[in-house]
Design a protein around this ligand. Sequence first.
Ligand code: NCD
Length: 327
Amino acid sequence: MTGDLQFDAQGRLRHFLTIEGLSRQTILEILDTAESFMTVGQRAIKKVPLLRGKTVVNLFFESSTRTRTTFEIAAKRLSADVINITPGISSTTKGETLLDTVQSLTAMHTDLFVVRHSLSGAAHLIAGHVPPHVHIINAGDGAHAHPTQAMLDVFTIRRYKKSFENLRVAIVGDILNSRVARSLIHALSILGVPEVRVIAPQTLMPTAIEKLGVHPYNDMHGGLEGADVVMMLRLQRERMRGALIPSEQEYFNLYGLTPDKLKAAKKDAIVMHPGPMNRGLEIDSTVADGPQSVILAQITNGIAVRMAIMALIMGGRKESAARKRRA
Ligand code: NCD
């Protein structure tokens, strides 16, 4: 699955499907644009007119709280109209195919689809079949990618750590089934973060993960040592076939982030989690609610980052102007 489909003939970003294939400049441009949107949420009237008259469709075939809601808020803060399609009560339950559902919705002159699906490649499939004026954002496809989550994660890291140079980032937990980990690893690598570690029991570690340029660890102490950023992941039990962990208690004992284990990281390390959290399984409440946790900031930041991505792919002008300036 390549990211080529993301760009139009002029090389402008048209869809947002995967982090792979994005340039460092594009990623930084999104982060800078998001920074400029951060104050919109604090205004008395939380709106800018950028997407006025546009219709955004949230098409979520998998459950979601944070991602779906922050996309809806982001679109509304850009003055777009937003429709939420809930597959449980739509025609997909009557056997309609994914592409027929999308085709029916594009016949209503909609402009942007935010798609979450349990099948890897679902957003790419849709992007390959929509008319040229329609945009697609991948809000998570199977275990493959979750590119807007990666963008809000690197945005949060930059806000707390100021730059990506000299950083040691540790990603902990169910690496095998995590689309969040995969997209984040790509983003950190494009941004030039010098050291990315992944920590997991061998059963949750993808084979040949080193090929992505990360350092694998099976133990928390070694992996967390000197880390600036600790990203915890949820155990994706819905994607596990068979028992990949001995017992929840043993998993928590070995890999659950407790204040004691966190001591191995730097004193000023930040703790992140994309949510939803399993307290007492991958993270202890004392850490989740503690002074090093930026978990709620990630959610707030997600709105500005999603606003920036929507504005960039639908505005077009910004990116081409930036390209001209660089040329
Ligand atoms: C993640 C997801 O859905 O991939 N959550 C999110 O988007 N906030 C991670 C997860 O489900 O564990």
